[in-house]
Write a protein that binds this ligand. Structure first.
Ligand code: SAH
Ligand code: F3S
Length: 482
């Protein structure tokens, strides 16, 4: 296993709980087995899928051998993510041949959208190919398969937000939940396949978001993460696309709800409900979002702010919409308003034409920000993106790897140093579960998204407790309840 695999696996596990999520739900007489890969949005989508199918009398199972339906919710972001799915399909194939010949196999999500009918040609075992905007059609598509035909729906919508669907909470701890607020992405970063697989950006009706968060809180949930590819560009003015906003009457413009207004509305639900959000795009993050974070203590002091590269030349080639100086100035504004704000990043090593000096710019900017955490990747060329069409993937694999290792090492140093500065301090932690390493310990997170591990004492999962940090690693704070 090379470093990319290792780091990505670690990263994904941290980002979405588990790389391979097998979800379970009781009742219903037909069985659905669903695995999700990739971003948090995919995990959230699987909960929508389970909800749609629960109305068709499907309940989920962890045992693939008893499943009527076997779904894999896929990711296309890097080549490796797609290879993982192909490997899973090989396994499904052998299960179908041996222990469960009647199972129906469906591929959902970004790979389904990218490969469309081709998937069925390439993988004979696949019966269903369904893109991210077509999940409402699943009952019809399943019927089509039962009638003996393969089924494909990869229609991308400009409106679908699944706003009215109450997700079935599958993988949860009952304490933290994802709530999706936008779908799709209009940013067209030149390396990224998401705009092609998830379509145009659209915002979800705020009333349905508030209702979902209120219900979660009344069920005992204590933290919601508002999800979107680009949360800062959230905009609701009655359901229209963002690009048409400029044409609506002024009086309606004032009533529109942007991301900072949405944040405040969710924050007001209850001060014991924590709010996180992901992902912020530096080009869209506004000062009023920072102001809302400052105003409401239950909006966590943590921003995931992907950088991708520290070189202005590369950022321009990536079409990121900001340069090095603008990014630094955003960091300065955040730190000025919220000095205690934790910041994490995404970084790509070895993008087309990247030189040693561009790479040095990345390391240099990392030293400026001193991120608390990082999700770091080697550039992986994706079919049909602008980068694939216009630029040459000309940084040799060994160079990409070498630079990635340097980025990871520097990040490790910063994570450790930042955590060391937390020793001796006291933080409020929301308890999420029992520590993986010790049954007598809980784990939870601080507002900064730092994981803390501490002895249980009399506390219980879902409690807010104050803990004092006495030791740390780069990834964990060791603490005691005070
Ligand atoms: N919406 C988010 C990113 C979504 S994809 C944003 O605003 O940036 C998650 C991360 O995967 C990206 O931030 C990027 O670092 C990485 N990524 C996307 N496409 C990639 C590619 N072709 N090769 C390597 N990493 C990629
Ligand atoms: Fe991808 Fe850029 Fe959107 S990284 S998801 S195109 S913000």
């Amino acid at each position: 296993m090379n470093i990319e695999t290792l780091s990505t696996k670690k990263i994904d596990e941290k980002k979405q709980g588990n790389i391979l999520e097998i979800n379970s739900l009781e009742e219903g007489n037909k069985k659905l087995y669903i695995e999700s890969y990739g971003c948090q949005m995919n995990f959230s989508d699987s909960e929508i899928i389970a909800s749609i199918l629960s109305k068709e009398n499907y309940s989920t199972t962890k045992d693939i051998n008893e499943a009527d339906l076997v779904f894999v919710n896929t990711c296309s972001i890097r080549e490796k993510a797609e290879q993982t799915v192909r490997k899973r399909l090989e396994l499904y194939n052998s299960i179908k041949r041996t222990t469960n010949p009647s199972m129906v196999v469906g591929v959902l999500g970004c790979m389904a959208e990218r490969l469309k009918e081709k998937f069925i040609e390439e993988e004979k075992l696949v019966d269903l190919v369904v893109g991210p905007d077509a999940y409402r059609d699943l009952p019809n598509l399943i019927k089509q398969v039962k009638d003996g035909r393969k089924a494909v729906n990869v229609f991308l919508s400009k409106e679908e937000t699944y706003a009215d669907i109450k997700p079935v909470r599958l993988s949860g701890n009952g304490i933290t939940a994802f709530v999706s607020i936008t779908r799709g992405c209009d940013n067209m970063c030149t390396f990224c396949v998401v705009p092609f697989t998830r379509g145009r950006e659209r915002s979800r009706d705020p009333e349905s978001i508030i209702k979902e968060c209120e219900q979660l809180f009344s069920q005992g949930y204590k933290e919601v993460t508002l999800l979107g590819q680009n949360v800062d560009s959230y905009l609701w003015y009655g359901g229209g696309l963002k690009k048409d906003f400029k044409n609506i009457p002024e009086k309606h413009k004032k009533e529109a709800i942007n991301f900072s207004k949405l944040l405040e509305r969710v924050a007001k639900i209850n001060r014991k409900l924590r709010i996180r959000f992901s992902t912020s795009n530096p080009q869209d993050m506004t000062d009023d979002v920072i102001a809302s974070m400052k105003r409401y203590p239950n909006i966590c002091n943590y921003i995931h702010l992907p950088l991708q590269s520290g070189s202005s030349r590369i950022l321009k080639l990536m079409n990121r919409g900001y340069n090095r100086e603008e990014y630094k100035s955003l960091i300065d504004r955040i730190k000025k308003e919220i000095p205690d704000c934790a910041i994490s990043m995404d970084m790509i090593s070895g993008f087309c034409t990247e030189t040693d000096s561009d790479h040095q710019d990345t390391l240099d900017l990392m030293k400026y920000v001193r991120y608390d955490y990082g999700y770091m990747f080697k550039y992986s060329e994706r079919p049909n993106t602008t980068a694939e069409k216009k630029y040459k993937d000309d940084v040799p694999e060994e160079k990409k790897q070498e630079r990635l290792v340097e980025i990871i090492n520097l990040q490790q140093t910063h994570s450790l140093e930042n955590n060391k500065e937390r020793i001796g301090k006291t933080y409020e932690v929301l308890i999420e579960g029992i520590s993986k390493k010790s049954n007598s310990h809980f784990f939870g997170r601080t507002t900064h998204n730092c994981v803390a591990v501490f002895e249980k004492k009399n506390a219980k999962i879902g409690d807010y407790v104050n803990v004092k940090v006495h030791d740390c690693t780069a990834g964990t704070l060791k603490a005691k309840i005070i």
